[in-house]
Write a protein that binds this ligand. Structure first.
Ligand code: GLN
Length: 221
């Protein structure tokens, strides 16, 4: 039985856990806090949070180098916001100069916090290629902006004409937070794409907007 991990070093870990549990039985979901945990899962969700903090913890736990190794072997990862920053090949320097080292796997150029501060966070419809059921409610919290997409990377999610989601093989990166919208379609689509249809739970009937959560309870990013 395949298992999916949620990186649990910092950030909106419970929200991702809950979103994955909408799609998979809880017994197939595991928190990842060590290299051994990482080795025991077949896909990983990288949550949003504070990329400098998560980046430091990736180094100190040894998870970073192991994740880098597995990414090279086609390991499926869905990364949101800070997670996307940590996968980017190229990061614009912040004015503060405090930026994380990145794993460099996704051939994109990113600028952190490019939509403003925490209070300038917003919600906007996102068009996701191949996703049935209409626009996805995108929640953007101190989000990074994707400034450029290099060879090997395919944009697949857009806010207007702006790219807000990309993929490269089995690695998906989003600047918004599907784990906060109460809409499991992206988590489901990711697991179906990388593992195939049969692993996911049958779709629950729920309206796309009825049980949205707001980002107000999540940790500071
Ligand atoms: N602003 C955060 C950073 O640069 C990312 C925000 C988020 O994950 N929501 O690390």
């Amino acid at each position: 039985m395949k298992r999916v991990g949620v990186l649990a070093l910092q950030g909106d870990v419970p929200e991702h856990w809950k979103a994955v549990e909408d799609v998979l039985p809880g017994s197939q979901v595991q928190l990842v806090r060590s290299v051994a945990d990482l080795r025991s899962v077949d896909a990983l969700f990288l949550p949003g949070g504070e990329s400098t903090t998560i980046g430091r913890l990736l180094d100190s736990t040894g998870i970073g180098p192991e994740l880098h190794r597995r990414l090279g072997e086609g390991f499926p990862v869905l990364a949101t916001c800070a997670g996307l920053i940590l996968l980017a090949r190229s990061l614009e320097r912040s004015p503060s100069g405090r930026d994380p080292g990145t794993l460099g796997f996704l051939n994109i150029r990113v600028r952190r916090n490019d939509y403003g501060r925490q209070k300038e966070s917003f919600e906007a419809d996102v068009r996701v290629d191949g996703l049935a059921g209409g626009p996805f409610p995108g929640i953007f919290i101190r989000a990074p902006r994707i400034l450029g997409v290099g060879p090997g990377v395919t944009p697949f999610a857009y806010r207007g004409s702006e790219v807000v989601g990309v993929r490269s093989g089995a690695v998906w990166g989003l600047t918004f937070h599907p784990e906060l919208s109460g809409d499991p379609r992206i988590h489901r689509a990711f697991l179906e794409a990388v593992w195939g249809q049969r692993q996911a739970k049958p779709q629950k009937t729920r309206s796309a907007t009825s049980d949205r959560t707001t980002p107000t309870t999540t940790a500071q990013r």
